[in-house]
Design a protein around this ligand. Structure first.
Ligand code: G16
Length: 590
């Protein structure tokens, strides 16, 4: 019978990928990660979990991406997407941990049966497709082998269907999961169309194209969500308004990962941009994330591999290995190997400025109590946010919230706002527009249209297009890059204008290898150490020696290291503070 078949399938999958003795997986900042060659048991079990999660939620699609993102090429891992496209609900993390570490097939079977009972998950294939999981993977050599482990994990749940979407960026897969569950077309070409159309709309078309607003067709929310409206608008626009003659050069470091590959596919359709991809992942160009990519550039602030003196003065961007992080940089010379960095904090600041500007245009002349579009706009950062950025955002009058590291925390917080902008300094983030706010924006834009309030109407349209462009599921380097470029084009800003929004406080980040990084426990959004108790006293003591000193330590959730972050009034001071605290960490835990 079906119950029997369910048991047998689980036992078979667990026996196929046994957990080697002594192995322990831990669900970290963004799922499981380890040496790729050891990951099959964790991937198979994470896939069982993704299928169970789908079954629990009435068969809504979940997602699983095989990637270790910014980690070295030999590593691999899994990220799990919930039906809304965000990271898996944190309440399931303890089960994910237990499942990944079940010592033998029988223990795994009992764990699943008990969990299914507790969570009232229907098992045994009651419906035709009681669960579906979309699968994606990055370009790592262990990806294909681990895909097989994932397929077997999904097949271990009777009635579950695996849909392999191929080699993708992590945010593409998250976007597909979200779109599929909303009943929107969810292929890669739909993703590209949405990005390209909304980018063109904000950057070049809207400011210039419409002499008469009578030409604008009626809209509704669904049309916006499917992007048809933007398509129709583009059809109305004369072909010569594309702005290609002013194309600006942008060099993109693809980290030798999947992001560069995807950008190559769409770059010729991005009007106003002349994109050159370096570290594109092509044979012979270099190793994934090695001396290149967003993590390298943001942490080391040096010129990535593949760039030369010919690139001095050109605006450059770096993606990470699975293209969910984005930073910008520019080289003023090659003599000292340094770059001027625009990190996630400054991307956030640009987005916040743009959005605030559009809201102000819409609400122009309306008094505080009687705004056309009252909006709760909030920003979310982590302890890594440069102090100067937080000050800048607060000076704009914005509410700034702090969460622990990990998009799963920032995303959740950002959902509390009408427009929630979240970014980690490392370049991972996005802008979330609530559906209720989108509806309001749409009706306001219609009203403004009939009143022929041109500037206000256009501002509303820009925000609607931004909500289309920027990935609503998760941080996405490609959509982030296009929103940055659209805003820079719209504002007529250079890299320098953007850089000068504020000056970063000098900072330094170090990694310390210790025996057991979990010995460090933090509190207050990771700004303080609670264990070992003496460590916080030592950090406070060191920090007190520096003007504008700030320092914290936390165990990484993606690498086997403790991270130390320090800020101070000079670069030397920041380096010295980080170093002295790193020494304490090493002495206490080494
Ligand atoms: C992941 C998470 C990010 C986090 C980063 C570093 O990024 O998605 O939210 O900032 O790890 O985390 P940790 O400091 O705990 O190692 P990615 O790009 O590697 O997936």
């Amino acid at each position: 019978n079906q119950d029997q078949e369910q048991r047998q399938r689980l036992l078979a999958a667990a026996s196929r990928f046994p957990l080697p003795s002594g192995t322990r997986f831990s669900y970290g900042t963004a799922g499981f990660r380890a040496d790729g060659a050891t990951m099959a048991p964790a991937v198979c079990r994470a896939a069982i979990l993704a299928a169970l999660r789908s079954a629990k939620l009435g068969g809504a699609a979940t997602g699983l991406v095989i990637t270790a993102s910014h980690n070295p090429v030999r590593d691999n891992g899994v990220k799990i997407a919930d039906p809304d496209g965000g990271m898996m609900d944190q309440r399931w993390e303890p089960f994910a941990d237990a499942l990944a570490n079940a010592p033998d097939p029988d223990a795994l079977l009992q764990l699943v049966l008990q969990f299914a009972k507790d969570e009232e998950i229907p098992l045994g294939g009651g419906g035709q497709h009681m669960a579906q999981v979309l699968l994606g993977r990055d370009t790592r050599p262990t990806g294909e082998y681990l895909l097989d482990a994932a397929l077997q994990g999904i097949n271990a749940i009777v009635g579950a269907r695996a849909i392999d979407m191929g080699i993708l960026t992590t945010p593409q897969l998250h976007w597909m999961v979200r779109s599929k569950n909303k009943g929107i077309k969810a292929s890669e070409s739909d993703y590209f169309t949405q990005l390209i159309d909304s980018f063109r709309f904000i950057s070049t078309l809207l400011p210039a194209a419409f002499g008469s607003l009578e030409e604008l067709p009626e809209t509704d929310v669904l049309e916006f969500l499917t992007s048809n409206f933007i398509r129709r608008l583009l059809e109305l626009v004369p072909k010569d308004k594309g702005g290609d003659e002013l194309a600006k050069k942008l060099i993109v470091d693809g980290a030798n990962g999947i992001g560069g590959v995807k950008l190559e596919q769409i770059k010729t359709e991005l009007s106003g941009l002349d994109i050159v991809v370096r570290n594109s992942g092509k044979e012979g160009e270099g190793i994934l994330n090695h001396m290149c990519g967003a993590d390298f550039v943001q942490k080391e602030r040096v010129i990535p591999h593949g760039f030369s003196s010919e690139d001095v003065g050109v605006r450059c961007a770096s993606l990470d290995g699975d293209a969910d992080r984005l930073v910008y940089f520019c080289m003023s010379s090659t003599s000292d190997n340094r770059v001027d960095l625009v990190d996630g904090d400054k991307i956030l600041s640009l987005f916040a400025l743009f959005i605030r500007e559009q809201l102000d245009i819409i609400n122009k002349n309306d008094d505080q109590a009687n705004r056309s579009l009252p909006a709760k706009l909030g920003v979310v950062q982590t302890a890594y946010a440069n102090g100067a950025s937080t000050k800048f955002l607060k000076n704009l009058g914005l509410e700034v919230a702090l969460t622990p590291t990990g998009v799963k925390y920032l995303h959740k917080k950002a959902l509390e706002y009408d427009i929630g902008i979240y970014f980690e300094a490392n370049g991972h983030g996005t802008v979330l527009f609530s559906e209720d706010f989108i509806s309001q924006l749409e009706s306001v834009s219609k009203k403004l249209c009939s009143e022929a309030a041109v500037a206000q109407h256009q501002a509303a349209m820009r925000l609607l297009a931004a909500s289309q462009l920027i990935n609503q599921a998760v941080g996405d380097a490609l959509s982030g890059l296009l929103l940055v470029e659209a805003i820079l084009q719209y504002k007529g800003w250079s890299f320098q204008n953007w850089c000068e929004l504020y000056s970063d406080l000098p900072s330094r980040q170090l990694k310390v290898k210790v025996e057991d990084r979990t010995a460090i426990v933090t509190t207050n959004a990771e700004t303080k150490v609670s264990q070992p108790s003496s460590l916080q006293e030592l950090i406070d003591m060191e920090t007190a020696n520096y003007t504008h000193g700030r320092c914290f330590v936390r165990p990484s959730g993606t690498e086997d290291v403790v991270r130390v972050y320090a800020e101070a009034s000079t670069q030397e001071a920041a380096e010295s503070l980080a170093k002295s605290v790193a020494d304490h960490v090493e002495r206490l835990l080494g």
